[in-house]
Ligand binder design. Sequence first.
Ligand SMILES: [Zn+2]
Length: 312
Amino acid sequence: MHLAKDHYLTRIFFLTSFLISIVFYAYFSLTTKSSNAEQEKAVKTQEVEPVPKSTTVTGAVKYSFISSILSSGLSNSELKSLLSLLGDNFDIIKSVNNGDKFSIKTQHDTTDTEFVSAFYYMGSDIDFFAMRGTDDNIYIENGYRLNNRYSFPLPKHFRVSSSFDLNRKHPITNRILPHFGTDYATPVGTEVLSLSDGIVMKSLYNRFAGNYLTIKHTDGNYARYLHLSQIDVNIGERVTKGQIIGLTGNSGRTTGPHLHLELSVAGAPVDFEKYIKAEKSYNEQFVYIAQAERKQLIKSLTKTLPLNQPST
Ligand SMILES: [Zn+2]
């Protein structure tokens, strides 16, 4: 009797626990399901995050580049944005011919201001593409940055024999004698190339610098090229980026043939080696984006305008 009662109680106990576990199981599985659903919903809302508003306009050149751009539907402020995107990488006079076609993508930034994010030009002379990266730099389809202001002053990278050093001590006098430039050890007669577009301000000889050139670049910065064996440009002459301006040498006070290059930014000498490294010109991240953008612009162009030009 005693045993039977115990057995009965045990059964009730197990039954109750069983029911409780079912209730808990049902509760938990339901809440998990609903939180899964919420997660899915969250993922979905993330997927439909606002895509920046963009518009693509296309057109053909009739006489002037600017008027053709404006008549394609670009506003004045968008035209300004386009010109800043092109910089001096696209000649709106020389590269442009009647009948050339263009495709322009405009977007709205976070303050809802319109700007030109990409440009494609299908010309009889040139095929040109440029886009503004999310870092605000300008890239072409292979991921190269266009607004890289300076090229290298020599055909290849020669060894730095003496770096830029504001606290350089003179080896004999032990006095601090700053070195405002970078010395590249080059054989005499190596071509010296202009860092950027500019105008020749000085072409002189002095016993320390030897034959040297001072060029004021279009951004207002000055570059000096010292110890040359030959100078190929005259004062007042306009030079372009990469143009040969002279040959390296050993003139003036040197311990061996080299090019001493000095760059002054906003009036103060800077370490050219560090400066150009910071201006790294290639960005892998933008290769795919730029290629996709270019394809899209070509697509809009072929969709909206008849193409009568042979592809080159
Ligand atoms: Zn030097």
